[in-house]
Design a protein around this ligand. Sequence first.
Ligand SMILES: *[C@@H]1O[C@H](CO)[C@@H](O)[C@H](O)[C@H]1NC(C)=O
Ligand SMILES: *[C@@H]1O[C@H](CO)[C@@H](O)[C@H](O)[C@H]1NC(C)=O
Length: 619
Amino acid sequence: STMIAYILFTVLAILPLFIYLRNPYVLGDLRYTVTVIRIGIRMSKMKKNFSSLLDCFLDRVEKHPEKTFLIFEESSYTYSQADRESNKVARALSMHAQLKEGDTVAVFLGNEPHFVWLWLGLAKLGCVAALLNSNIRSKSLVHCFSCCEAKVLIAGVDLQGAVEEVLPALREQGIRVFILSDRSDVEGIESLSDKIEWTCDEPLSPELRANVSLKTPAVYIYTSGTTGLPKAAVVNHERVWMSAFLLTIIGVHSSDVLYLYLPLYHSSGFLMGLCGAIERGITVVLRQKFSASNFWNDCRKHNVTVIQYIGEIMRYLCNTPKKDNEKDHKVRLALGNGIRPDTWVDFLQRFGNVRICECYGATESNIGFINDVGKVGAVGREHLLYKMSCPYALIRYDTEKEEPVRNSRGFCIEVPKGKGETGLLVGKIGQRTPFYGYAKNKQQTEKKKLRDVFVQGDLYFNSGDLLRIDEEGFVYFQDRIGDTFRWKGENVATTEVTDHLLTVDFIEEANVYGVKVPGHEGRIGMAALKLKENTDFDGAAVYEHVKNFLPSYARPHFLRIQDAVAVTGTYKQLKAKLAEEGFDPTVIQDPLFFLENGKGYVPMTQEILAAITEGTLKL
Ligand SMILES: *[C@@H]1O[C@H](CO)[C@@H](O)[C@H](O)[C@H]1NC(C)=O
Ligand SMILES: *[C@@H]1O[C@H](CO)[C@@H](O)[C@H](O)[C@H]1NC(C)=O
């Protein structure tokens, strides 16, 4: 019998090797499966006995109060200090803004420790934070309040100008405005820093947030989505947990250090980064924004082991001049989205053995993928377990008509499995895979829903993204449909840019679209304009306007003056055609202008085109 035991033992020992040789991803798959099952068990426990990510933070504070939680510039804060800072914020806001459970507060702030204290403080009061994009201005800024019903705004001192610009509109809506400074001379703006300073840092009673549950909103995150003004995606506590677990899934453990420079008002920085770090109880190195020249020095200085990225960032890093010590760092994991395959290969060659985990998802989406095995180019991998719990499908899509193809019985058609055919990703909306939509925006919420997909009465979330899946189950992102394009990692809603251009007095019609630029991810903004009769194009006036009202990534970098802009019927096809024609002055007969950095719109020339193509002119 010892013989049999011995043989059995040998077979068991060798078996994994055989499986491994046949399927090189088996270990990764196994790790993924075990992790996902463990997360599933944790979530089901939480359904019975709710705890929020804030409770998780408080557990960490108790467990390792002296561990460094946040490093920002020259300062560093332990878990315990962060806890006390946020107690002060919560107490000050409770006293001076009379906040209570269920209230929504708009946070208008760049990346800095106060962002984190504010959010934790609000959570301690059972309040919901609406995380405003710190680049937005004017009409879009005001709009953000109506969709989340925030009655209080807290802004960074560097954003006071933007707040003053819309102050009359805010006061009309009865919104109280606080600024993170010690004093304010402006009527209608109250100072907050002094009030925080003078408050005690004693813990707050959990009774204050007794009604918070998995299904109540935790934060609102704004997406410019596919059309019009920003929409507030409702992110409830369950969703916060699910996103925070992403770091666990890719194998981040408690001794890791996360480098966080992505904006905290987006889901990748906030949910995956900050919330994920709290779930793991790790140290976060926070930066106001990305800097290519400081990136690796920061990583070395703080022993960073995990970084987040967007595709553009990885390319910037690869474009920096080569140095001898490039592989001298401790970064072992990179989590992000949008890296091009050539950059991916380049990055590994230059910066060494970093496991790049490319993922796919959207703030409001009920489906996501992650490629945790490092397959170059893929945004994820199909897993049976995941597909069983979150049913999704790729369906045939008609790009001309811009709608899914339906068969004679009126149902959608799934693309053949494992053939690599491109299809529209849809995710079944159900109890485990809910779609909460956008706050106070039924119309846009309905627009993302697709009915009668495979059977009468079923309901799916329409991702608006075209993907394909190869025979090994790897998922590849192909294209995004609709009225949005991406530039520098931000979504640009063409309709919003159009609205702004139309307020310039001599512009009659505007058609905004994104064009591809050699060597860049995404598309850069371009607009075809029709001028009002008997007016001349005034580049300085357009520049002044876009500079004041649009963040730099959304500004049209090229303008094309046309005699007529078709706006009906074939509108979208026309956009596609214009985008294809691009900005080559030898091809396009219409007058063309280029937005020169800091100068304004200048006539487009062959020299500018050459400089852009060669990469000597930075966009
Ligand atoms: C919790 O909800 C109940 C019922 O909706 C309400 O009566 C109670 O005041 C709430 N508690 C707090 C702390 O807001
Ligand atoms: C980084 O790691 C090295 C060696 O492992 C250690 O000596 C150093 O103190 C660490 N630095 C920080 C900031 O933790």
